[in-house]
Design a protein around this ligand. Structure first.
Ligand code: FAD
Length: 499
């Protein structure tokens, strides 16, 4: 064993981020490599929201070796095929950002270029007609992929909705079984080494001192170690992502959960609806610059599909990111590292990808600068591209019915996003930069859904003879239609697998 190895990892915070980190590290380190201790405080509690995910979470679950049905049973989870956006581009409009394939690529050209050709000459108005997951979502159908050759049923992309508190509890059991030590207590301060400025230990309110080599800050918005102790700054993105508050409340469900998240635009923000097995999660994300708390609360309660199960809880946040995510011997994960609002359910994914990045650049006690710089560079890139994707939902709108939407429609946007929109408008092209989270299909679906319609399409689409083009489009649509009809209802699937 290399005596320069990390001997102890200390995780501050036991929300989703803290327990995801503890679970992943305990799995990889197999209770042999080093000690892992997690400190959390019941009196402080967790943010308690964060119920929708994206398909990449399956990779995390597989890495942990979780049984998916057991995981869903324990978290009262449901399946998610995408997000429906209502009233975003225009009032009365809706579209689905669906996961997975759209149509079928032909001659090496993405299918959506063929669809654009059809659309631009007055044909299909909705690319969702060619998207298995979008159609299945709207019809309340769900199944996992089966081995069905070329059929779209062989490749069904999905994510989950789950109860965030139960998820953290589930991961806690997992991590504790693998040797992670949990300590209850309030961290009052951290002790720094006088020369290096590295964190040596944290102090708890009852006098305990916990020493460590690597500290993972999962303390939530407060950023106890990365911000308060080490003074790493925060880049504020509210000029691009102006929502800074949310009211959240669960309500009764009807026992027939839909397999998608619904996001309905409101006058100064938007409202989420996340169906779980036992209830529906709801929240109204809004900008306090454009709406006061009382009005936002009223809107939330007016738009519930069932009786509220508690009083709404108000959360405040500043959209943005840390100037550095890893500084000295401290890595910030989750809300401590930044927050971009929950519009595309990316926060839990960002925790997951940060853990993967940390594992691939895992330090020894030298804390080599080059690895830390690389970690920060990759994390900045990832967050900046997600930020652009979220801004797209706000800026590409025709809505002019409130001050909020007038601001969003006319605000200056990052050059990287402006360039992407311009390129899409020209010939429908999206160039996905290396390791960017959202792929061409996600960008395309949101661009079209928000009303950004290209003037042209990939020229090589015209290489296909007209008769073949018409025949193939018809065939793809009919295969998707038949596949969706062959799927069981989401409710039936849950009942037979994971209720
Ligand atoms: P927290 O849950 O805040 O946990 C912080 C932990 O630190 C707690 O255990 C607390 O006790 C501990 N702590 C803090 N200070 C101290 C101290 N001094 N001493 C000891 N312990 C301390 N993400 C998604 O992926 N999908 C979603 O749908 C989604 N929806 C969201 C909606 C809203 C309105 C918000 C605000 C966030 C949403 N998120 C969503 C984000 C998601 O909730 C978080 O990314 C995730 O829960 C991780 O939170 P966390 O663990 O970083 O912080």
């Amino acid at each position: 064993m290399n005596n320069n190895n990390i001997r102890k990892v200390v995780i501050v915070g036991g929300g989703t981020a803290g327990w995801m980190a503890a679970a992943a590290l305990s799995k990889v380190m197999k209770n042999r490599f080093c000690d892992i201790e997690l400190v959390e405080s019941e009196s402080i509690g967790t943010v308690g929201v964060g119920e929708a995910t994206i398909p990449q979470i399956q990779v995390f679950n597989r890495m942990l070796g979780l049984n998916e049905d057991e995981f869903l049973r324990k978290t009262c989870g449901t399946f998610k095929l995408g997000i429906q956006f209502v009233d975003w581009g225009r009032k009365g409009d809706s579209y689905i950002h669906a996961f997975g394939e759209v149509g079928r690529d032909m001659e090496g050209i993405p299918f959506y270029h063929y669809w654009l050709k059809e659309h631009l000459r007055g044909g299909s108005q909705d690319i969702g007609e060619y998207t298995l997951t979008a159609l299945a979502a709207l019809r309340g159908r769900f199944m996992r992929s089966v081995d069905a050759g070329n059929s779209p049923l062989s490749n069904i992309a999905y994510a989950f909705h789950f109860d965030a508190g139960l998820y953290a509890q589930f991961l806690r059991e997992y991590a504790e079984q693998r040797g992670v030590v949990r300590s209850e207590g309030v961290v009052t301060k951290a002790q720094l080494h006088p020369d290096s400025g590295f964190i040596e230990s944290i102090h708890l309110d009852d006098g305990r001192i916990i020493e460590g080599d690597l500290f993972i800050d999962c303390s939530g918005f407060r950023g106890l170690l990365i911000g308060e102790t080490l003074g790493v700054g925060y880049e504020d993105w509210r000029h691009w992502l102006p929502c800074d508050s949310a009211w959240a409340v669960p309500c009764e469900g009807d026992g027939n959960p839909i397999p998608y998240t619904r996001s309905t635009a409101q006058a100064a923000g938007w409202q989420w609806r996340i169906p779980l097995q036992h209830r529906i999660g709801n929240g109204h994300v809004f900008s306090s610059r454009f709406m006061d708390d009382a009005d936002a609360r009223t809107i939330l309660l007016r738009n519930l599909d069932g009786a509220p199960l508690s009083d709404p809880k108000l959360l405040r946040f500043t959209t943005g990111k840390r100037d550095k995510f890893w500084h000295r011997n401290c890595v910030a994960l989750g809300l401590a590292s930044g927050f971009m609002e929950p519009l595309e359910s990316t926060s839990i994914h960002l925790v997951q990808s940060a853990i993967a990045r940390l594992l691939s650049l895992f330090p020894n006690r030298n804390f080599d600068r080059v690895d830390i710089d690389e970690y920060n560079r990759l994390t900045h890139f990832e967050m900046d591209r997600i930020r652009d994707f979220l801004i797209l939902h706000y800026c590409a709108t025709e809505r002019d019915d409130s001050e909020f939407w007038n601001y969003c429609r006319t605000m200056e946007i990052p050059d990287t996003l402006a360039q992407k929109i311009e390129q899409f408008r020209a010939n429908g092209r999206i160039v996905r930069a290396n390791s960017e989270l959202f792929n061409e299909l996600s960008w395309m679906e949101v661009m079209l859904g928000q009303g950004v319609i290209p003037r042209g399409y990939h020229p090589l689409v015209d290489a296909m003879p007209e008769e073949m083009f018409v025949g193939r489009m018809r065939e793809i649509k009919s295969v998707i239609e038949r596949s969706v009809e062959a799927m069981p209802s989401h409710k039936a699937f849950i009942a037979s697998h994971c209720a």
